[in-house]
Ligand binder design. Structure first.
Ligand code: NAP
Length: 298
């Protein structure tokens, strides 16, 4: 039987450790860690994600500060808010909830975030440190995936690993993390020729293409590990029901693989947990606390 890589269970286990860590240290430093979330506009999915982050923070003892800005706000005003939060001693972490409306220069805003507070790990300084394999904030979804693999002692070193997708958010940082851990990584994308054949060579196949059910059993080697990053909400033809699915046609693939991540309950919960880890990592650094969390940041 295939092994389910249960992100929900692992995220709760990590959260328990984070909660204890904050509890043990907050009397010394006299304040809880603080996370600022900037949301611009009314994208409904972003609203749900921000709420989930707020709830996760309160579960472990991180104070969250939500800044919900109107779409009519100017780029300059957002930059000023980021600068203000950069200087705020009660804020250890800060993120810009993506996507933001097209009129904003997203990369410029991210580059304004103090790298020490960049809990999404998207600032060029943190990406640079990842390229150099130096300790820093790591982007949350890729770091969550590495922790899921490690939790089941799935070996990365020396394995053939194929990543579908090369986004700044997932595919690229994930490929670098796997490379730093001595995986033999192939990064693929929408212009890759013979994707199916390349994927079939993978010991570990990671699908982050954002295409529902792209990967079926014909992409998968017998005994491989398959990680599904995609999240899609599919609506039935009469629009009465919705269900979540990933980039992988799981029912077709599961009988063939050694291990897989479900959707929902696989990669998603780990992403939020890694945001908490990054926020506490920054708090820990600021106050020179003992570092028991560093092994969670690949
Ligand atoms: P993205 O920015 O749209 O990037 C998608 C990548 O996949 C691109 O590099 C694209 O190639 C490649 N691609 C698209 N179609 C392909 C195909 N048919 N064959 C091969 N490659 C293909 O998306 P993203 O932000 O990386 O997110 C990917 C998925 O993960 C989405 O479903 C997203 O919702 C989900 N996600 C989940 C979490 C989580 O916590 N579970 C977090 C982040 C994202 P090109 O570069 O050539 O265009």
């Amino acid at each position: 039987m295939s092994l389910k890589l249960d992100g929900k269970k692992l995220s709760l286990e990590i959260e328990e450790k984070l909660k204890n860590y904050i509890y043990l240290n907050k009397t010394t430093v006299k304040r809880n860690p603080g996370l600022a979330v900037i949301r611009i506009g009314e994208d409904p999915a972003s609203g749900v994600y921000v709420k989930n982050k707020e709830k996760a923070c309160s579960r472990v003892g991180i104070e969250s500060f939500i800044f919900h800005l109107k779409e009519t706000v100017e780029q300059k005003e957002v930059e000023q808010l980021i600068n203000k939060l950069n200087l705020d001693n009660n804020i250890d972490g800060m993120l810009l909830q993506l996507p933001i409306p097209k009129k904003f220069d997203e990369q410029k805003l991210i580059s304004f975030i103090n790298p020490e507070k960049d809990v999404d790990g998207l600032n060029e300084k943190n990406i640079g440190k990842l390229v150099k394999n130096e300790s820093a904030m790591r982007s949350c979804t890729p770091a969550g995936i590495i922790n899921l693999l490690r939790s089941q002692n799935i070996i990365i070193e020396g394995k053939n690993i194929v990543v579908i997708g090369r986004s700044l958010l997932v595919g690229k940082p994930l490929s670098l993390m796997l490379l730093n851990l001595n995986g033999t990584v192939t990064m693929t994308h929408s212009k890759t020729i013979n994707l199916n054949k390349i994927c079939k060579e993978a010991d570990i196949l990671i699908a982050a293409a954002g295409k529902p059910n792209l990967v079926d059993s014909s992409f998968v080697k017998e005994g491989a590990v398959i990680i599904d990053v995609g999240i899609h909400r599919l609506t039935s033809t009469d629009k009465s029901k919705t269900r979540l699915c990933g980039d992988v046609l799981l029912e077709d693939v599961i009988p063939k693989v050694f291990a897989y991540t479900p959707v929902p309950g696989g990669v998603g919960p780990m992403t939020v947990t890694m945001l908490l880890v990054n926020t506490i990592f920054s708090w820990q650094k600021q106050f020179g606390l003992s570092s028991t969390l560093n092994n969670l940041l690949p």
